[in-house]
Design a protein around this ligand. Structure first.
Ligand SMILES: C[S@@+](CC[C@H](N)C(=O)[O-])C[C@H]1O[C@@H](n2cnc3c(N)ncnc32)[C@H](O)[C@@H]1O
Length: 205
């Protein structure tokens, strides 16, 4: 195998915002991308990680691609019964999403569950499910895209378990619920990574 085939994303600068697991970051790095994860929390998988506010890193020209997983606590429709008491928190959460959507990065994907982003900002460009990417589970995941094509399902499987929905209450429930599925992370790296590289190789920058 030629070195270029092993690292097809060499030279691609990717910011994975609001990721503590390192799942998407490592999927990109496996293909040779210069990927950095960023979160207020430390990274679970040791590696290229900035622990701090992602807004510190949103400078013009730094990144070719950003994939962001902003907190959904005050946005997800599943928590609608609390919205009345949390209007200030929801407004701040929406401002954060707007900041990510408007970031000076040419290719952007924002990921969130079914949420008020759809009614307050705009409808998602795509809704995917884990069962389309090799995991026999349901969890509708919305994607808001800038200069990226919708993901093509990679491995449609039979299972339709609502595992995430059925998780019992616990201190780290939000962490368990929010982890990106490996099959989706791999699809992002393969499909969006190659798409960005094609653009990059066709331009002079
Ligand atoms: C829904 S979780 C996303 C988890 C992700 N899917 C993963 O696999 O690691 C949202 C994350 O956003 C982080 N976060 C919140 N505000 C942030 C900020 N201003 N800058 C960076 N990360 C932030 C939280 O700490 C939390 O880990």
């Amino acid at each position: 195998m030629q070195p270029q085939e092993q690292t097809p994303l060499a030279g691609l600068r990717v910011l994975v915002a609001c990721e503590f697991t390192g799942t998407v970051r490592e999927a990109f790095r496996k293909l040779g991308a210069d990927a950095l994860s960023c979160d207020l929390l430390d990274t679970e998988i040791p590696g290229a990680h900035y622990q701090g506010d992602v807004r510190d890193l949103l400078r013009d020209g730094l990144w070719h691609l950003m994939i962001a997983h902003p907190p959904c606590t005050h946005l997800a429709v599943s928590g609608a019964r609390w919205f009345g008491k949390k209007q200030a928190e929801q407004a701040a959460a929406l401002d954060f999403v707007r900041c990510l959507l408007d970031a000076p990065v040419p290719h952007i994907a924002i990921e969130n569950p079914v949420s008020v982003i759809s009614s307050k900002i705009r409808k998602p460009d795509q809704v995917i499910q884990p069962w389309q990417f090799g995991h026999g589970e349901t969890k509708a995941t919305c994607l808001w895209l800038r200069n990226l094509s919708p993901l093509t399902p990679t491995d449609v499987v039979d299972g339709r378990d609502a595992r995430i929905h059925k998780m019992p209450p616990s201190a780290d429930r939000w962490k368990l619920r929010s982890r990106t599925y490996q099959g989706i992370a791999d699809a992002m790296a393969h499909q969006w990574g190659i798409q960005c590289m094609t653009k990059l190789n066709g331009s002079s920058t």
